[in-house]
Write a protein that binds this ligand. Structure first.
Ligand code: PEP
Ligand code: MG
Length: 326
């Protein structure tokens, strides 16, 4: 089976009836990128940049970050997309040298874009490094944990300032670099139509979107029964986000664990998801499945599950429908 899948490393991610999607990888450092290439990733859908900031005693310099981003981009050539996510620290990820406040509810607190907007000098350094690397390939920028349009606009203002600085220093960067947001807070999923007009793309972060929608800590085993990717509320939010993006002519991906779940893929394909970003070892099995499905089958499955009211019933239905097809 693994041998069969290996043959698909250089094959397109296309359904039997010709719908093409992108299967890309989640990575946490430049080392992971090699493994992603070996597993047939068509690009990077989520480059978590926290590794640059963790396990050390001071903030990484612009130069250090630039080198790390450039290393990954050059591995994928000029065309293939690399979505770089800005710093998502806080929550469960602490930085000893930053004197972060102790919080009662860290996952509802000072993290990711909230921290970056509060410490614009840290944020701008990272944005300059990403912009500089964008001169070497197809980099797209992504903000994590956006909750309001005001945060998005504030982040874009700092991006604009970074661009102006680089331009005045005659340092090259891609002036047309795409800028998108993670959809991982329910408020953004609900207002996806408003956000869609101000971004180039969405990437649905189901790891957090599920925990915030169900009010169930993704690390707490006591409430793990509520952490349901197939909960009808979660599926309806995802469907709404995809529809809103497409209505505005924008593409939409998913970079939570759900994107690599073989039982979720037919539903997401049927809803029209354009890009699936997952850990590298999930890519070839996902590609093998996609190539045996039709978009028509997937649409039928998506429509059927959107009428159901129980997460387990939904998962069982998809698994049965798929086993009848492939
Ligand atoms: C997510 O929330 O789905 C996500 C991909 O981000 P992280 O797992 O890094 O929070
Ligand atoms: Mg997240």
């Amino acid at each position: 089976r693994q041998k069969e899948a290996k043959k698909l490393v250089n094959e397109p991610s296309i359904t039997l009836d010709g719908t093409k999607v992108e299967l890309v990888a989640n990575i946490g450092n430049p080392e992971d990128a090699k493994w992603a290439v070996a597993n047939g990733a068509e690009g990077i859908g989520l480059f978590r940049t926290e590794f640059l900031y963790m396990g050390r005693n001071e903030l990484p310099s612009e130069e250090e970050q630039f080198e790390a981003y450039k290393t990954v981009v050059t591995m994928f050539g000029a065309q293939r997309p690399i979505v770089i996510r800005t710093l998502d620290i806080g929550g469960d990820k602490e930085l000893s040298y930053m004197d972060m406040p102790k919080e009662k509810n860290p996952f509802l607190g000072y993290r990711a874009i909230r921290l970056c907007l509060d410490r614009p000098e840290i944020f701008k350094t990272q944005l300059r490094a990403i912009l500089r690397a964008s001169a070497y390939g197809n980099i797209k920028l992504m903000y994590p944990m956006i909750a309001t349009l005001q945060e998005l606009r504030a982040a874009n203002q700092i991006l604009e300032a970074a661009k102006q600085e680089l331009a005045s220093e005659n340092i090259p960067f891609n002036t047309a670099m795409e800028v998108g947001i993670m959809v991982e807070i329910p408020a953004v999923a609900v207002l996806a139509d408003q956000f869609a007009t101000e971004v180039d793309f969405f990437s649905i972060g189901t790891n957090d979107l599920i925990q915030y929608t169900m009010a169930a800590d993704r690390m707490n085993e006591k409430v793990s029964y509520l952490y349901q990717p197939f909960n009808p509320a979660v599926l309806r939010l995802i469907q709404g986000v995809i529809a809103a993006a497409h209505k505005a002519g924008k593409w939409v991906g998913m970079c939570g664990e759900m994107a690599g779940d073989l039982a979720a893929i037919p539903i997401l394909l049927g809803m029209g998801l354009d890009e699936f970003s997952m850990s590298a070892n999930a890519i070839l099995p996902a590609r093998a499945l996609l190539r045996q499905l039709t978009q028509k089958d997937a649409q039928r499955i998506a429509q059927a599950v959107l009428k159901m009211d129980d997460a387990k019933e939904i998962r069982d239905f998809v698994e049965q429908a798929v086993s009848a097809i492939v």
